[in-house]
Write a new protein. Structure first.
Length: 448
């Protein structure tokens, strides 16, 4: 058919073939090229308009190779020999030249001008190729008893709805077509790009007479059965890609309409989850046995997922960073509405102030502990260092309130986020109250 992935490059092949014979000083032999009528028009136009490519090519139309049953005036089939539209003399010349004893085509269920083909060699080896198509009963009849069936298998059967929409066959449908056709061997090809390295094998690997095709694959009737032996190697080489495809397949299975299949997949996922959970428990037990040593080890809360929204923030700590406003709800008038912009700036100032306070008091705690330890070791004879007088607000109460917090830096970082968030909420409440007050004042003016 006329989709690009099925015909691009054919002109290059024709030109390269002719070039090889001419470079060897040999006559270019005749080549029979079986194409659709639509593609025949394309090649003819290219030959006459751009460059000659059909000098030693004889085109045979797929439409002329369809067998037709004679019908009466009421379009009812009449028992008798089936006929092809191809000229009998041309057909005989074509079969003799290609060493074939017969060739036949039928329409595929894919797009306009799409066909399936079946041919038999002079030795009686029957070969059938589906092309792109949904399962077709006429193809099964045409390829009955084939020695080899090459059938498209675009996607897994779990994606059947997608396959129907795009007019392709699933893995299982292609396998069933081969069985119904009684084909001795079935080769699956034309896999979707979702299987970039290799297709999923869960529907294929247990089938004795079914194998997959891949790039650069070459086989003969004598060694075709050995392709199945490559499956373990392919899984090992493309392990990461295959595991990813398995995960995607599980998701598709879960969303299927088949309840039994969905329940089966849920059980598989449950089993996998239990296995992973068991491994996590083993790792956790091992970590508990290997405890960190040294002063640098930081003790984290037992429950690291604790919700820090419930922390009780000391009121003095909030006031120290400028977040004490807004605790009392007041109705703002036009005179104090100008302070909203100043409160908005306090949010950033509060964050920086709290960081400075935390860092300063952390240093005070460390210095104080170090001096106290040295004095204890030295004994009472050592003169105690005199404390310097500080002007302004005393930091002692604030240090007492955040002393426990500073011993755990992880908790302090969470505290910063909570204080900033609560301060922003207070500013937002004041803004809403101001808006409400403005509306009431405006309403009272209008009533007057």
């Amino acid at each position: 058919h006329q989709h690009a992935d099925h015909h691009l490059g054919s002109i290059d092949i024709l030109q390269a073939r002719e070039k090889v014979f001419k470079e060897a000083n040999l006559d270019v032999p005749l080549l029979y090229f079986v194409v659709t009528n639509r593609y025949r028009y394309y090649l003819t136009a290219y030959h006459h308009s751009f460059e000659p490519v059909l000098g030693n090519i004889h085109l045979v139309s797929c439409e002329d190779l369809i067998f037709h049953t004679p019908k009466n005036e009421f379009m009812q089939e009449i028992p008798g020999d089936r006929l092809q539209l191809i000229d009998p003399a041309l057909k005989k010349e074509f079969l003799d030249y290609t060493s074939l004893s017969g060739i036949e085509t039928c329409k595929a269920v894919h797009c306009a001008h799409a066909y399936c083909v079946s041919m038999v060699t002079g030795e009686g080896y029957k070969f059938t190729y589906s092309g792109d198509t949904r399962p077709v009963q006429r193809l099964i009849e045409m390829g009955k008893g084939s020695d080899l069936l090459i059938h498209e298998a675009t996607m897994e059967h779990i994606l059947l709805k997608d396959a129907i929409v795009k007019k392709h066959s699933t893995f299982t449908e292609a396998i069933e077509a081969g069985k119904e056709m009684e084909a001795k061997f079935t080769v699956l090809t034309h896999f979707s790009q979702r299987y970039a390295k290799m297709p999923m094998l869960n529907e294929i690997e247990d089938q004795e007479n079914v194998v997959i095709a891949f790039d650069n694959l070459t086989f003969t009737p004598a060694n075709i059965h050995q392709i199945r032996l490559l499956y373990p190697a392919l899984k090992a080489v493309f392990k990461n890609d295959y595991d990813a495809m398995c995960d995607r397949s599980q998701i598709h299975t879960y969303h299927t309409d088949d309840e039994d299949l969905r329940n089966e997949q849920i059980e598989k996922l449950k089993y996998q989850y239990e296995g992973k959970q068991e491994n996590f428990n083993k790792i956790h037990e091992w970590r508990m046995k290997v405890k960190p040593k040294g002063r640098s080890a930081i003790k984290r809360p037992a429950d690291e997922n604790k919700d820090y929204e419930d922390l009780q923030i000391p009121s003095t700590l909030i006031k120290a960073v400028g977040g004490g406003g807004g605790s009392e709800k007041k109705l703002k008038t036009e005179e104090n509405s100008e302070k909203e912009s100043d409160n908005q700036d306090n949010s950033d100032v509060g964050s920086s102030k709290l960081i400075e306070v935390v860092e300063k008091n952390a240093d005070d705690l460390d210095n104080g502990n170090t001096v106290a330890e040295e004095n204890r070791k030295a004994g009472p004879s050592v003169e105690q260092p005199k404390k310097k007088k500080k002007t302004g607000k005393k930091a002692g109460p604030l240090v007492d309130e955040i002393k426990d917090i500073m011993r755990n830096k992880y908790l302090a970082s969470q505290l910063l986020n909570v204080v900033n968030r609560r301060f922003e909420e207070s500013v937002k409440e004041e803004s809403e109250e101001s808006s409400e007050g403005d509306r009431k004042i405006e309403k009272s003016k209008n009533s007057m």
